[in-house]
Design a protein around this ligand. Structure first.
Ligand SMILES: Nc1ncnc2c1ncn2[C@@H]1O[C@H](COP(=O)(O)OP(=O)(O)O[C@H]2O[C@H](CO)[C@@H](O)[C@H](O)[C@H]2O)[C@@H](O)[C@H]1O
Length: 490
């Protein structure tokens, strides 16, 4: 099959979080299974150009209809660790992608509506006719409406769309001016509640458009698919998912085994595997050296992730102090976009600065994240909601025991050592808590730390059980291929 992925991220060249990992890992495995995959991405000034090989002009004069005129774009092409990527670079005073950031502009809705339009225009003009266009998250939510209301009539009647939702929190809510800019001109038609009208506001909703118009929609774990329909984590889109339930499902993410693999990871000083697990201790030592933590016989707990409400920041904060109280060390790697949370964690960092058992690294650092996964004993993921969650899966792959809140994809991947009702003891891999108060995370951390202190052999066995589990993309890609096959023939 010929598949074009359109997204706002692809790791490692453009990565703000898990979306980038998934777009890369999914594309790679699809290719491994024999499919032809191309990616279309924005050309940001701040992307990691050092991860693109062979960048060259692919389409010099792409004129994209926009706001009643046209915007001139160049399209560049290069390989990102083997994946063929097309980067769209607009030349206009709007300066859509030359701002030193991926997200966070007041005009993000316009920026990504433009990207979506330009991606379709590029497919049309360069005569690409993929079987499947796979779009991701709100940034590309207008592609399905534009394909089926406009581009279908220009010669793209055979293309089918799969739309994957990685996070319901950000939906792309905007006013009619975006419709007008893209050429979706009939306001009253698109503002209809059965089409793009937001379920709560007098506005259009990109993600709703993606759901309504795509041939198939999924989110990134089976449990979150249920939550999104039946609980508040659907952020208002539950009724829309209900109306389209016949084409909606949850497909669990994988992790790319050429990137997240302690046997070949070039960012860690000592590679290791199940049969030479001792190597992990060398990485713990290296991590301590790098972050100036004291080298003593203590468990090391880590958190890696965006510092925002989704990730349960108050519980992360509590976990730091609880770890210290219990004689453990703590390493945090995270960045906050919200100013209040950012200031809060900078204060904490200063406050804890001289403590030799804790390090807060505030910022984005891909290389360091690998060393933390390899060096830590425990990874804590106390999310408020979590569509899938990659950090627990990466942790498991690196023999780092997850302590997680039982929500979303965490339910599908972490099985409690003491209480899992369905799995045999050999299949269990971590610790799960459910409530959002601090005593809940404390008690799960206590169970993990007690096992570490009182029965190190069993703790090691638990870590090895996690490493044995297969989180590669192979199984999930088979499910995506089933979806692609299904929609192709409709
Ligand atoms: N400061 C930092 N420095 C270096 N690396 C950092 C970092 N902060 C995070 N990362 C990395 O970014 C990725 C984050 O993965 P998550 O599953 O937490 O994704 P996120 O919540 O962004 O995305 C959404 O999409 C993904 C993919 O579908 C879902 O798993 C998830 O539930 C959903 O919220 C991991 O690879 C992690 O190592």
């Amino acid at each position: 099959m010929y598949i074009v992925q359109i997204a706002s991220e692809c790791a490692p060249v453009i990565k703000a979080g898990g979306l980038g990992d998934v777009v890369y890992g999914l594309s790679r495995e699809l290719e491994t299974q024999g499919h032809c995959v191309e990616l279309i991405l924005p050309m940001y000034d701040c992307m990691r150009y050092d991860h693109v090989w062979g960048m060259h002009d692919a389409y010099r004069d792409l004129w994209v209809p926009w706001s009643g005129g046209t915007i001139h774009c160049s399209v560049f092409c290069g390989w990102v660790h083997g994946r063929l990527c097309f980067f769209i670079q607009p030349h206009s005073d709007d300066n859509f992608f030359n701002r030193g950031y991926y997200y966070g502009g007041k005009d993000d809705a316009m920026r990504f509506a433009f990207f979506s339009k330009a991606a379709l225009e590029f497919i049309l003009k360069s005569n690409k006719r993929p079987n499947i266009i796979h779009c991701h998250d709100w940034q590309t939510g207008l592609i399905p409406p534009m394909l089926f209301e406009m581009y279908k009539w220009y010669g793209m009647e055979n293309q089918r769309i799969c739309y994957t939702i990685h996070n319901f929190k950000h939906q792309g809510v905007a006013g009619a001016e975006v419709l007008w800019a893209t050429g979706l001109h009939k306001d009253e038609y698109y503002y209809h509640p059965d089409r793009l009208r937001d379920n709560n506001h007098d506005a259009i909703n990109f993600m709703k458009g993606g759901i309504v118009y795509s041939n198939f929609v999924n989110t990134v774990s089976p449990h979150h698919a249920w939550e999104a329909r039946f609980s508040e984590v659907g952020c208002g889109l539950g009724p829309t998912l209900d109306a389209h339930q016949n084409k909606f499902s949850g497909i669990l993410n994988g992790i790319a085994d050429d990137v997240w693999n302690p046997e070949i990871d070039r960012y860690i000083p000592t590679q290791y595997a199940i049969d030479n697990f001792e190597g992990k201790a060398q990485n713990k030592k290296a991590l301590r050296e790098r972050l100036l933590l004291r080298d003593v016989d203590k468990p090391l707990i880590a958190f890696i992730g965006r510092l925002d409400a989704q990730k349960g920041v108050h519980l992360v904060h509590h976990a730091i102090y609880h770890a210290l109280n219990r004689g453990a060390q703590f390493v945090l790697l995270g960045s906050a976009t919200e100013p209040g949370i950012n200031t809060w964690f900078w204060h904490e960092k200063q406050f804890l600065n001289d403590n030799p058992d804790v390090h807060l690294e505030l910022g984005f650092n891909e290389e360091l994240s690998h060393l933390i996964y390899a060096g830590a004993d425990i990874i804590v993921v106390p999310s408020n909601y979590e569509p899938c969650g990659l950090t627990q899966m990466i942790g498991l792959t690196y023999g780092t025991v997850p302590v997680v809140r039982g929500v979303g994809g965490l339910v599908n991947t972490v099985f409690d050592w003491d209480y899992d009702p369905e799995r045999s003891p050999e299949e269990r891999n971590g610790f799960v808590f459910y409530q959002t108060d601090s005593s809940a995370v404390e008690s799960a951390l206590n169970r993990a730390l007690d096992l570490y202190y009182e029965n190190p052999k069993l703790f090691r066995q638990l870590a090895l059980q996690g490493m044995k589990q297969d989180f590669s993309w192979k199984n999930s890609v088979e499910k995506y291929v089933e979806v692609y096959d299904y929609v192709r023939h409709r």
